[in-house]
Design a protein around this ligand. Structure first.
Ligand code: NAP
Length: 264
């Protein structure tokens, strides 16, 4: 596969990693559908792509809805005639420990509620499932070569304070192996699936993170800085052309090694 002749849809394409992927693909000649929640984010990215001479459409949608994932896949195919690449970047964090204790009594003063648990599972896990499922359906029925890219996280190994997020991302990291195995079982040879597990990346998502915790975590990153979204996008672009990458989730972390142990 090459990006130049491809049609790509990117959820979460209005910000951060998704925005970098959408712009890189468009610069390399792909036709791009930018899917996100906020119309203003979508419009800005689509306008930037058009200004650089690329081709893009924007589709406002929520990845947690089956009706909406079907709609944005269909919308992409209607606009550009096919679909080859689906990158599932839409994601959120809602950090907190499962239990909080009262300092004086030592008793539980607060529990992680479903208000923090469920949206992360719905968007990061179910949203990825629905996006990849519906994109794969279109690729199979259209007979188009395809690449599915779920975005996991290095925190899939179990980051303290992220029971919700790490659980979702661990599940997402498993998807390529199972999806490709099922493709093999069904004789589907023209679609690959490669997951990407980024480390700490300089995007708006990190502004939602505990900044003291982030500072401490960066002490464990060998390159001593956040990863740039462009560096993640470059890896995803490489996955498009390198057919040997398949059924796996690749870490890109800047050398996150937890030399002092994972529990912070
Ligand atoms: P970001 O800058 O926050 O961008 C994520 C985008 O997804 C936002 O535009 C967000 O919209 C959108 N989104 C959220 N919920 C959605 C929904 N239900 N339907 C459609 N779009 C939705 O995040 P990012 O850092 O680029 O992260 C991209 C992916 O990489 C995520 O899956 C994240 O978990 C993963 N990741 C990030 C890092 C990191 O350090 N940044 C590390 C590892 C993995 P709103 O902003 O309007 O909610």
């Amino acid at each position: 596969m090459n990006i130049q002749d491809s049609v790509a849809l990117i959820t979460g394409g209005g910000k951060g990693i998704g925005e970098a992927v959408a712009k890189l693909f468009a610069r390399q000649g792909a036709k791009v559908a930018v899917v996100d929640l906020m119309q203003a984010d979508i419009d800005r990215v689509v306008a930037d792509i058009k200004e650089m001479g690329g081709q893009a459409i924007g589709i406002q949608a929520n990845v947690t809805s089956e009706a909406e994932t079907a709609r944005f896949v269909q919308g992409t195919v209607e606009a550009f005639g096919k679909l080859n690449i689906a990158v599932s970047c839409a994601g959120i964090i809602r950090d907190g420990t499962m239990l909080s204790l009262d300092k004086e009594t030592g008793k539980v003063s607060k529990k992680m509620g479903l208000d923090k648990w469920q949206p992360v599972i719905d968007i990061d896990l179910t949203g990825s499932f629905l996006t990849l499922r519906d994109a794969a359906e279109a690729m199979v029925n259209g007979g188009w070569d395809g690449l599915l890219v779920p975005i996991s996280s290095v925190n899939k190994v179990g980051q303290v304070g992220q029971l919700n997020y790490a659980s979702a991302k661990a599940a997402v990291a498993m998807m390529p192996k199972i999806i490709v195995g099922e493709f093999l079982l069904r004789g589907i040879r023209h679609i690959r699936c490669v997951g990407i597990a980024p480390g700490y990346t300089a995007t708006p998502m990190l502004t939602g993170m505990n900044q003291a915790a982030l500072h401490t975590i960066l002490e464990d990153v060998h390159i001593d800085r956040l990863i740039e979204p462009q560096e993640i996008a470059d890896l995803i672009a490489h996955c498009v052309s390198n057919e040997a990458l398949n059924a796996t989730t690749i870490e890109i972390t800047g050398g996150l090694c937890y030399p002092r142990g994972i529990a912070k």
